[in-house]
Write a protein that binds this ligand. Structure first.
Ligand SMILES: Cc1cc2nc3c(=O)[nH]c(=O)nc-3n(C[C@H](O)[C@H](O)[C@H](O)COP(=O)(O)OP(=O)(O)OC[C@H]3O[C@@H](n4cnc5c(N)ncnc54)[C@H](O)[C@@H]3O)c2cc1C
Length: 559
């Protein structure tokens, strides 16, 4: 039993009824029909920390307490009484248990295994909504209170620490953080164990394993983020990339009965996951953070049975064979009848300190109607000398007071269309600054000031400008494809009608039919979202394309 009981953090949280709902007799009856009744003794551990097989319990009689064990003290997290149920997000993901569940009194419960719970949430919409909401809210509370199985020791001035924090946060994994810059006692301790600056951050995983400056993949392994990939299985569809496009494909594919495996290099959410607030995604009138959107989509995909593998990069597409295979590690490859490439793009980013802090808070990678509204009547900066920068400058100049166009080289790119060059040169609202680069952004929560330097004169200019558009191009995530599919002049994947007869002839397109919408020059291989040539660079379009691709996957599978 507990040495020390810390006040119940979760039950103190607001919305306790949503976190710990009490089921009605009718609901309990429906659950009982799927599971078995078991009895427990006081003190009996029902779920141990780290357990991979995590049953789900609905208490009928007695109580189950949930604790976070520690060497000296244990933290009491919650108590489930009659009509209440155990579990949080990892009930669906199949990840190891973060907390210990133990009977605090003798009693009885209905027990469901992982598969039985999945079937229940897929078939009973009322219970599905109730469980989902409670699981997600419980995970949010665990994160808020740092009640996980990870302690991170690091410094906010260390890029490795920031990387690990971002990885844990974007994977929705709760952790406690010890700041070595503030806690000198801990720093002394580390010194004694000869933990040097290059070993920081240090991650104590599940209270057992000490990892020094671990890679994301090492963390994923230690925390049991992934189930073992069964290399002998041929999947209906392997989706590469878990940004909005890949997650949408996973949700639609798995919900329509396909055997889906998703591979993701980093964390679910892709570019959208780094956005602090997405305001133009349908159905969220007050906006939603990219991370919340990604977290929900990730849980939704798992609810329908998609297997999502985190921190695993697709290294190569074996396209010379049928079925195709995606090589993950030297030893692991996954065979698939169809492939959806959803590897997105990454923006070329100038080396500006704190750039990430200002993303969506004054720094933008696209100039749409929404951004134009934001900076109406104000001065703005557009960085870049190519076509996209030129188009953005002309577009923004219609509403902005002045557009400073900063170009690192001595002029606009040779590739810029002549009509754009003429319009920029003749537009009095656009001021072109060549040989110039931003050196600094300032502002408390939003960009308020921009400093730029002219390389020839060395002069630094400081302006009170609140909007910076970085239009320096995006690099598509196609390196791993190694010539398997036809690309456009900028390296993005050509699909559907964009594939010319010459493209198809060069790719030896073997079928009588033309490629489907979103299908690449390789039959049964689709490209969706920002990696696709002509993409729209929107969360909604990426999600839409992910869902559309699944309808064509069905056609390929049934041919
Ligand atoms: C800061 C920011 C804010 C934004 N705000 C908005 C907004 O408010 N509204 C809006 O509509 N759009 C917004 N966008 C654009 C939107 O986020 C993108 O259009 C969208 O995320 C594209 O989705 P995607 O799934 O195609 O690609 P991505 O989001 O780029 O996801 C691709 C995923 O594939 C993974 N991956 C890449 N290579 C591999 C590999 N070899 N193996 C395995 N995985 C791989 C990546 O790690 C990544 O997670 C924003 C973008 C950024 C950067």
């Amino acid at each position: 039993m507990s040495d020390t009981t810390i006040p119940l953090p979760l039950t103190l949280a607001s919305g306790v009824e949503r976190l710990f709902p009490t089921l009605t007799p009718a609901q309990i009856e429906r659950i009982a029909a799927r599971g078995r009744v078991c009895s427990f003794r006081p003190g009996e551990v029902l779920i141990e920390v780290g357990a991979r097989v995590v049953p789900f319990f609905v208490v009928l009689r007695g109580r189950i307490e949930v604790v976070r064990p520690a060497a000296r003290n244990e933290t009491l997290v919650a108590i489930h009484g009659p009509g209440q149920f155990t579990g949080e997000v990892n009930m669906l993901s199949g990840r190891p248990a973060l907390l210990r569940s133990r009977a605090s009194e003798a009693g009885e419960a209905i027990e469901l295994d992982h598969e039985q719970l999945l079937t229940l949430v897929q078939t009973d919409s009322e219970l599905s909504e109730l469980f989902m909401r409670a699981f997600i809210l419980r995970r949010v509370e665990l994160i808020a209170h740092g009640l996980g199985d990870v302690v991170l020791l690091g410094s906010n001035h260390c890029s490795g620490t920031l990387r690990v924090k971002e990885f844990l946060t974007r994977n929705g994994h709760p952790y406690s953080y010890i700041d070595l810059d503030r806690d000198t006692d801990v720093q002394d301790l580390l010194d004694r164990f000869q933990v040097t600056a290059s070993d920081v951050p240090v991650l104590i995983c599940r209270g057992e394993v000490v990892l020094r400056n671990p890679t994301n993949q090492q963390i994923a392994i230690c925390l049991g983020f992934n189930e073992v990939i069964d290399g002998s299985q041929i999947r209906d569809v392997v989706i590469v990339g878990a940004g909005p496009a890949g997650l949408a494909a996973a949700v639609y594919g798995a919900s329509e009965g396909l055997d889906v495996l998703v591979l993701e290099t980093n964390a679910p959410g892709g570019q959208a996951g780094s956005s602090s607030k997405i305001e133009n995604y349908l159905g969220f009138p007050t906006g939603i953070s990219g991370q919340a959107l990604a977290g929900r989509a990730y849980t939704q995909a798992q609810k329908f049975g998609a297997q999502v593998i985190i921190a695993k990069r697709a290294q190569r597409l074996a396209c010379e064979r049928q079925p195709y295979a995606v090589e993950v590690d030297v030893s692991v490859s996954v065979a698939a009848r169809t492939i959806i490439i959803a590897t997105g793009a990454s923006y070329r980013k100038p080396a500006i300190e704190n750039l990430a802090f200002y993303e969506n808070a004054g720094v933008y990678y696209g100039a749409t109607f929404m951004e134009a509204l934001l900076c109406r009547g104000e001065e703005v900066v557009v960085v870049g000398g190519g076509n996209s920068a030129g188009q953005a400058a002309i577009y923004l100049a219609q509403t902005a007071k002045r557009v400073y166009m900063l170009v690192r080289s001595s002029g606009l790119a040779e590739s810029m269309s002549r009509y754009l060059v003429r319009r920029i040169e003749s537009n009095p609202a656009i001021v072109l600054r060549t040989n110039t680069e931003i050196v600094n952004l300032e502002g408390s929560n939003h960009v308020e000031r921009v400093r730029w330097r002219d390389h020839r004169s060395g002069a630094v200019d400081t302006r009170d400008i609140r909007h910076v558009f970085l239009m320096t191009g995006a690099v598509p995530g196609t390196q791993w494809l190694d010539g398997c599919v036809a690309l456009d002049a900028n390296g993005f994947i050509k699909t559907g009608l964009d594939l010319s007869q010459d493209d198809l002839a060069a790719a030896h397109w073997p079928l009588a039919r033309s490629p489907y919408l979103l299908e690449t020059s390789l039959p049964g291989v689709f490209a969706v979202g920002d990696v696709r040539g002509g993409n729209i660079k929107r969360v909604a379009s990426a999600v839409g394309e992910g869902s559309i691709a699944i309808s064509f996957v069905h056609r390929v599978l049934s041919a």
